[in-house]
Design a protein around this ligand. Structure first.
Ligand SMILES: [Zn+2]
Length: 147
């Protein structure tokens, strides 16, 4: 997600909206897999030699429930998202590191599909209801990395 300073009108903000491949977010590092592109709506401006952006971000991710070990999908929404940085003389600014950091902070450290009895019961029944199609190769790769 790159912005060129010349795109930003002086004294005004540039509105950026769209979707971007979520692979730049490095979600697998956090045990999550993106199931949607990253959608963003940002207003970017310059003030006092710094660049700022405000708006919102959203991406759907699949994580594994820590209780029953089933996959669950969560929508991660950063609203409001805001960041600012000093301008270092470069005209092309990459917002991706700021976006990535915010999204990672919003990922639940202990995701639960349904906190409480339903989930526990699902965990107890899991061995009987195992569905092979839910074993995602990405998870297998992650499990290997953890060892
Ligand atoms: Zn669960």
């Amino acid at each position: 997600m790159k912005v060129h300073l010349l795109q930003i009108p002086q004294g005004e903000t540039l509105h950026l909206e769209g979707e971007e491949d979520a692979s730049a977010l490095d979600l697998p590092e956090a045990g999550a897999t993106a199931t949607s592109p990253l959608s963003y709506s940002l207003d970017v401006g310059v003030s006092d030699g710094g660049l700022f952006a405000t708006g919102h971000l959203a991406v759907r991710v699949r994580m594994r429930c820590v209780v029953c070990l089933e996959d669950l999908e969560i929508e991660i929404v950063a609203d409001p998202f805001s960041m600012q940085m000093e301008l270092t003389g470069r005209e092309q600014i990459d917002l991706t590191p700021f976006v990535r950091e915010d999204i990672h902070l919003l990922l639940p450290p202990h995701p639960r599909c349904d906190a409480g009895a339903v989930c526990s019961a699902a965990g107890a029944l899991r061995s009987g209801q195992h569905q092979p199609e839910r074993v995602d190769p990405a998870w297998n790769a992650l499990d290997k990395l953890k060892k």
